[in-house]
Ligand binder design. Sequence first.
Ligand code: FAD
Length: 410
Amino acid sequence: MDFTHSERAQDLLQRLTQFHEQEVAPAEEPYLRELMDRDDPWVVLPVIEELKAKAKALGLWNLFLPDATLGAGLKNVEYAPLAEQMGRSIIASEISNCSAPDTGNMEVLHLFGSDEQKDRWLTPLLAGEIRSAFCMTEPDVASSDATNMEARATIDGDEVVLDGRKWWSTGIGHPNCEVLIYMALTDPDADRYHRHSMVVVPRDTPGVNVERMLPAMNFLDAPGGHGEVSFTDVRLPVENIIGGPGQAFTIAQARLGPGRVHHCMRLIGLAEMALELACRRGTSRIAFGKPIANLGGNRERIADARIAINQARLLVLQAAWMIDERHPDMLNAVSQIKVAVPNMAQQVIDMAIQLHGGGGMSNDFPLAGAWAVARSLRLADGPDEVHRGVIARLELAKYGAGKWSPPAKG
Ligand SMILES: Cc1cc2nc3c(=O)[nH]c(=O)nc-3n(C[C@H](O)[C@H](O)[C@H](O)COP(=O)(O)OP(=O)(O)OC[C@H]3O[C@@H](n4cnc5c(N)ncnc54)[C@H](O)[C@@H]3O)c2cc1C
């Protein structure tokens, strides 16, 4: 494996970094402050649209999409350093039209959508004109086992009828959120992995109601946010089912692999940002006559953070490479990064908060918000334990789970 960035990735990374330093970083803090100070934070402030237009003009747009006609045409391993760079900022992914859940939803529509679904939804999503949400998790059932889902997508003649309640639908609060992908039970008698369907739902369809917005550790994550959404006798043409009835799990597998790599690379960027802030604060603030970095075990903590970030990056690059190569062990690799990276990022950010003292807990620094993001990603897209379960199953299968091998004789 050679993880030297390709020429294309190097060029994009250099231009993206320059754009972030010159345009995005100066705008970010005032933007977030204005949003936090507003009574109504569910708005698109003009600076976001201005920056999006600049990113588009510079070709720093839809970098996530492997299709070279509609997106940048990069492999996962090439996109990884770009996602890391965007992850250093709260707003950079949105500015380049590379933020979740839109990226995953665009991939689903690109790979499995009908021509009509692509015209109506994929085209404006790729243009950054609308946003989207993905509605799978339910308040009433343990959704880490997705086969538990009880919300319905029942076929009734030439219509599909949606009934159920979803929560943690990220992005639903965004004023431009116009389309949802809803995952629900269609045929309870089919086998476990062919009972559920994914349905494209226009946000303004009668019967779709946002019941409340859910703060994640008291962060609203506006203007996208996370909502609890009810679906009551929502009637849509049966053609709104993506890829046909019962295909939800097949589609989800395709959606979640690259999506998890994207999350992990962004988190590495977030951890890098936290380490940089820790070093800057640690060398510029004095306590007991010394820079804080030189007190107690802080130098070791900084060294350990550097080691942990570099280890995690290599693991993610390996997983990205395995997805690109369709390596038979790629799902194992994706589960490994999904456990390793959010835990690493949470610890590094926690160290940076501690080194900042009280300031680290305030909104004067982006660390408290960053910690909440890392903590959330130990749950979102599957809790740690579920991924550890996958890794353990594959590991034990090599040897025959539960069998004891006596020592070889001789
Ligand atoms: C900030 C945020 C954003 C999110 N965005 C979205 C979104 O856009 N769309 C969406 O549909 N969902 C989203 N989610 C939901 C997320 O995917 C679910 O919370 C997650 O899959 C877990 O499901 P659950 O909450 O029902 O937990 P449960 O299934 O009730 O599980 C609770 C706990 O049980 C334990 N557990 C479960 N299974 C096992 C196991 N096999 N072994 C050991 N322990 C186990 C784990 O500790 C787990 O955390 C988001 C969540 C957060 C926090």
